[in-house]
Design a protein around this ligand. Structure first.
Ligand code: KIV
Ligand code: ZN
Length: 407
């Protein structure tokens, strides 16, 4: 596809240095185990987190945010255990700006081959006044302290202004400048409440690139929530403006309406590489397995019509579509199911199905029929399909038996 970046030699410094050598590469930062787990009801056990982390590592995720070590003993243990097993990805732990948070994150990441501390504080007037009850000057002091202290544990530090998209731009520039000057290698811009829209998301990144000195030496990241259903569009718009890290989760799991979905970000860049010419290291054939694993572990079903990984994402029911598919799959599929690890697309038999798909289905079931028998069975099939949402193979075999097929 031309969308995968070549693997590079084992690397000494922070992963952000690799971006300088490959300016079109986008780092995929997966936060299924941190922001995803913050979904009410999505708590995972240590073993389950380890299974997911191993799969993300094998899949080529650049950075795995493994948890929030100060949040609980369980989170600390999970980040520590994941640090011990992950082979290629950078392992990241979240921390607020206090010394205890940063020390706990540093300790949990000790076993990681490559570690990152992600420290954050809110910068919007609403969050500073109402939640933190801090003056902007006090927030700035905390940013400087946190980034400098985090750098004592690792050479890879990410800083986020929480609620960035509702922050005053002058203050956001001041805060980002301070984080860069204090040693952050990644500046992540969260749309914490899923409030922005694509054009605005891009404009914030452009504004920071224009106004923050030294911003070109750090990686700008985007972290979009899906409250208005625009997380993926907002993240891709940020990349078009120069962001080179996307934070996302498997199945779009995450707080409230979730985060940008990893599978959608990756496949959008791959399928529309012509207009989104960025590369990433994800082995997309592992996407379906990741989706099923996360769904099974959390107990969160994947909606049937979910892009890329939903049960119906590669299923075709209407006659016109099925006829097109049988002649040339690209008539109704913009990517092959094999690309995301599905073996084949499915023609679902229902009341919209046509004669061509019905004949193909009969052939699959071992019945080559003449035109008369096809017509007869097809009439019965349509009558049955009017009474059911989906007609299963067993129903069709029963119809064949009724019409006296010899198979
Ligand atoms: O949505 C958010 O603001 C976050 C931060 C911790 C980056 O998840
Ligand atoms: Zn978030």
């Amino acid at each position: 596809t031309g969308a995968s970046a070549p693997a590079s030699a084992p690397h000494a410094g922070p992963i952000t240095d690799e971006i300088k050598a490959a300016p079109d590469r986008v780092l995929i930062f997966d936060t299924t185990l941190r922001d995803g787990e913050q979904s009410p009801g999505a708590t995972m056990s240590l073993d389950e987190k380890l299974r997911i982390a191993r799969h993300l590592d094998e899949m080529g995720v650049d950075i795995i945010e493994a948890g929030f070590p100060i949040a609980s003993e369980g989170d600390f243990e999970a980040v520590s255990a994941i640090s011990g097993v992950v082979e290629n990805s950078v392992v990241c732990g979240l921390a607020r700006t206090g010394a205890a948070d940063l020390e706990r994150a540093g300790k949990a990441l000790e076993k990681a081959r490559r570690s990152r501390i992600h420290t954050f504080i809110a910068t919007s007037p609403l969050h500073m006044e109402r939640k933190l009850q801090l003056e902007p000057e006090q927030v700035l002091e905390k940013i400087e302290f946190a980034v400098r202290r985090a750098r004592e544990f690792t050479d890879d530090v990410q800083w986020s202004p929480e609620d960035a998209t509702r922050s005053d731009h002058d203050f956001l520039v001041q805060a980002v400048q301070l984080a860069v000057d204090s040693g952050a290698n990644t500046i992540n811009i969260p749309d914490t409440v899923g409030y922005t829209a694509p054009e605005e998301s891009a404009a914030i990144i452009r504004m920071l690139k224009q106004r923050v000195t030294g911003i070109d030496d750090v990686v700008i990241s985007t972290h979009c929530h899906n409250d208005l259903g625009m997380a993926v569009a907002n993240a891709l718009a940020a990349v078009s403006a120069g962001a080179r890290q996307v934070e996302c989760t498997i199945n779009g799991l995450g707080e409230r309406a979730g985060n940008a979905a990893l599978e959608e970000i990756v496949m959008a860049m791959r399928v529309r590489h012509d207009i989104m010419p960025w590369s990433n290291r994800i082995d997309a054939t592992k996407i379906m397995a990741a989706s099923r694993m996360v769904s099974q572990i959390t107990g969160f079903p994947v909606q049937y019509n979910k892009a890329v990984v939903g049960k119906n994402a590669f299923a075709h029911e209407s006659g016109i579509h099925q006829d097109g598919m049988l002649k040339d799959k690209s008539t109704y599929e913009i990517m092959l199911p094999e690309m995301v690890g599905l073996t084949e697309s499915s023609l679902v038999m229902g009341k919209h199905s046509g004669r061509a798909a019905f004949r193909a289905k009969l052939k699959d079931l071992g019945h080559e029929v003449g035109d008369n028998q096809l017509n007869d069975t097809f009439v019965r099939f349509k009558a049955l399909a009017d009474t059911k949402k989906e007609v299963y193979d067993e129903d069709i075999l029963a119809l064949m038996a009724e019409t006296g097929a010899d198979g």
